[in-house]
Design a protein around this ligand. Structure first.
Ligand code: LMR
Length: 329
């Protein structure tokens, strides 16, 4: 009798300590700006699907693609206030919060997707996932999209061809400096506004991955695409820290397993989507493609590379060294 009274009291005490009822449903609003059939769209959906299969309705993920809910800048703010719980905004757009993530924007720093994949695993890369915790963001992983290409209505073969042209860029000082380095005129613009700006001619060109050029139909309003592979487009998968820490332990453990599975799957998906979208654009209009010779590509590298020195102190030598080391298998 005494024993059962004690266990009953413990039970009462335990339920009083837990601040959430056992049957509480947690909703994760995940807002992003690309369409569902992009590397990011597929990864967000894979996460949603796995949560649906494994969390028995305890956690519900609502994915809002294509800037349906908001643009990237607003989503970073909404994440800080827990109005949405997850985003995967490109590293470039955290410029206002940290300079460190700009390492991903340095022109020509990563040779290929395998290199950036190694950097994600590097201790210096891993450290980047926690640098915004004091702002309320916990990094769950890096998601690659791919290497970026340049497009315009006039052929871009050597850096001098970019002179005076207005290029849309993301919110990033490094990207701004990179276009200034080739005497172009960079314009910061939200992703959802790029198609129209190209169409009406308020900008002359842009740079993005094959996946974004295809899914946003930028190729329809650009006469030439030059295969430069000059930048890497990387997202940081973020969750609101308070929301994440407030989840019951067992729920967070299961979600962490799912997070790891999605992180492990994204690289192959990103490569496949970008290769496929490149091929689709090529099929539609092979004449749009400009492939550069090694000597021409070397000119773009030489023109843009001085940007590294401009940002070396802000980003930190250790991160740049780690990124360069990642080019070696
Ligand atoms: C861009 O603004 O070009 C990209 O960050 C969009 C995206 O999320 O891929």
């Amino acid at each position: 009798m005494i024993v059962s009274l004690v266990s009953f009291s413990i039970l009462i005490l335990l339920s009083a300590c837990s601040d959430q009822p056992a049957d509480k449903t947690y909703v994760i609003k995940f807002s992003h700006v690309t369409s569902a059939n992009t590397p990011k769209g597929l990864a967000a959906d894979l996460f949603r699907q796995k949560v649906e299969e494994r969390l028995n309705g305890k956690v519900v993920v609502e994915v809002y693609p294509s800037s349906q809910l908001m643009n990237d800048d607003d989503s970073i703010e909404a994440l800080a206030f827990n109005e949405i719980q997850m985003t995967a905004v490109s590293a470039s757009k955290y410029n206002r919060y940290t300079k460190k993530l700009q390492v991903f924007d340095l022109p020509f720093i990563f040779n290929d997707m395998a290199a950036v994949g190694r950097f994600f695993e590097h201790p210096e890369g891993q450290k980047l996932l926690t640098i915004l915790e004091d702002k309320g963001f916990t990094g769950l992983g890096f998601w690659p999209n791919g290497l970026k290409q340049l497009s315009a209505n006039t052929p871009l073969i050597v850096p001098a061809d970019a002179e005076g042209l207005k290029f849309r860029i993301q919110e990033s000082d490094v990207l701004e400096a990179q276009f200034l380095a080739v005497n172009a005129n960079p314009q910061k613009l939200a992703f959802s506004e790029v198609y129209q700006a190209l169409q009406v001619g308020t900008i002359d060109g842009q740079d993005n991955t094959w996946s974004n050029i295809y899914s946003e139909k930028f190729y329809e309003v650009q006469d030439h695409i030059t295969e430069t592979n000059h930048n890497m487009l990387v997202y940081v998968w973020m969750v609101n820290t308070e929301f994440w820490q407030g989840l019951p332990q067992d729920t967070r453990s299961e979600l962490t397993l799912i997070v790891d599975e999605v992180n492990a799957a994204i690289m192959a998906m990103a490569i496949e989507v970008n290769d496929g979208d490149r091929a689709k654009i090529f099929e539609k209009d092979p004449d749009k493609f400009i492939e550069l010779s090694a000597a021409q590509l070397a000119q773009w590298r030489a023109a843009m590379k001085p940007v590294w020195d401009q940002f070396r102190d802000e980003i930190g030598e250790e991160l740049i060294t780690a990124a360069l080391e990642s080019n070696n298998p």
